[in-house]
Design a protein around this ligand. Structure first.
Ligand code: CA
Length: 354
């Protein structure tokens, strides 16, 4: 056991023992061992139950130098440590919030003893199954290169009052929703990408057949595609361009053409569509590349039907393209139930070819 951990374990142990000892020594050692991956939370609130800490238990996750990393959409087990500090007479409901995802269960220990049956000072853990779903905002923009720590909250409510009595923040290290090769650059120079990872690789954006409409806060339909997902208003739907539905899939009327400054090896294309309503969304994308602007070659197709069931930011992604191009053309489509195709942003990733 390394010294630092021993220090941490002793600190946790003294926190657990703040009340009268309630556990046999062997049991306690077992609990301390279970706390190895835990992150402690500090401070107290007036509620009768405190959150001491939590641990992420996820067999499918990978350990990276920065810590345990989970993937968006992954179902993980979150272990929460509760401590009863005052008498509880009603049912309480433990809750985990992350973005728009919520996991909730009656607050109880592992053997099913409800918090009403606990002794004051007692510490227990409870496991929540939980889907990792980051919620993106102007303050928490999507990322493509490295994992990032995403906040979540642990708390509980009194079902009668429906009022959170306790709420604590934690973080989970979450891999990018779309992972881009760390060696690539953002050729489309999108404002959401750090300056070190982007360049002015696009000379001109055009709409070969028909310009889209402007969203409520869009400056113009060209800049809107690269000025940031939440730029200006902070509302990713207002910061979009729109096409109406009604054209058959395969029609050429909703295409976006990027002319690059110089040839580049195109790796990944991401089109971000904000879908606040079921009928506002883009379902399909075809990526074509060309060296001369005349002969185009289909290089990938996004067609994930399950996206039709999801709201929020949809990332239509084609990766592993690996083709040299001076022109990249995207055609977008929808299935029968969509009426409006919003495009918030388009990211082109790759490397310039000298
Ligand atoms: Ca935008």
């Amino acid at each position: 056991m390394n010294l630092l951990f021993r220090h941490f374990a002793m600190a946790v142990l003294s926190a657990l023992l703040a009340g009268p000892p309630v556990l046999a020594e062997g049991l306690l050692q077992g609990r301390i061992d279970r706390l190895k991956p835990a992150r402690a939370v500090t401070g107290t609130l007036p509620g009768p139950v405190q959150v001491l800490g939590y641990a992420v238990l996820s067999p499918d996750s990978v350990r990276t130098p920065g810590g345990l990393t989970v993937r968006p959409g992954e179902r993980i087990r979150l272990e929460v440590w509760w401590k009863l500090t005052d008498r509880v007479t009603t049912d309480l409901q433990g809750i985990i919030w992350m973005g728009s995802a919520v996991a909730s269960a009656r607050l109880e220990d592992e053997s099913g003893r409800h918090v009403r049956q606990w002794q004051i000072g007692e510490v227990n853990r409870q496991i929540f199954d939980f889907v990792v779903k980051p919620q993106y905002t102007r303050e928490a923009i999507p990322y493509f290169f490295e994992p990032a720590e995403q906040p979540f909250r642990i708390g509980y409510i009194d079902p009668a009052g429906a009022r959170p009595l306790e709420c604590r923040a934690g973080v989970i290290r979450v891999a990018p929703e779309v992972q881009v090769d760390p060696g690539a650059l953002c050729l489309s120079n999108n404002a959401d990408i750090s300056l070190a990872k982007r360049m002015t690789g696009v000379r001109k954006i055009t709409f070969p057949e028909r310009e889209p409409l402007k969203g409520a806060s869009a400056g113009n339909v060209y800049d809107e595609l690269t000025d940031g997902i939440f730029s200006g208003s902070g509302n990713s739907n207002w910061e979009s361009v729109f096409w109406g539905a009604g054209d058959r899939w395969g029609a050429d009327s909703r295409r976006i053409l990027f002319e690059l400054v110089q040839p580049a090896l195109i790796q990944t294309v991401v089109l971000v569509s904000d879908s606040p309503y079921q009928n506002f969304r883009v379902d399909e994308m075809v990526v074509e590349v060309s060296e001369d602007g005349v002969h185009f070659l289909e290089s990938g197709r996004y067609d994930n039907r399950s996206r039709a069931q999801e709201r929020g930011l949809l990332f239509l992604t084609v990766s592993g393209i690996g083709r040299k191009a001076r022109f990249v053309r995207l055609a977008i489509g929808h299935d029968a139930s969509a009426t409006t195709l919003p495009v918030s942003e388009v990211f082109l990733f790759g490397s310039p070819v000298p």
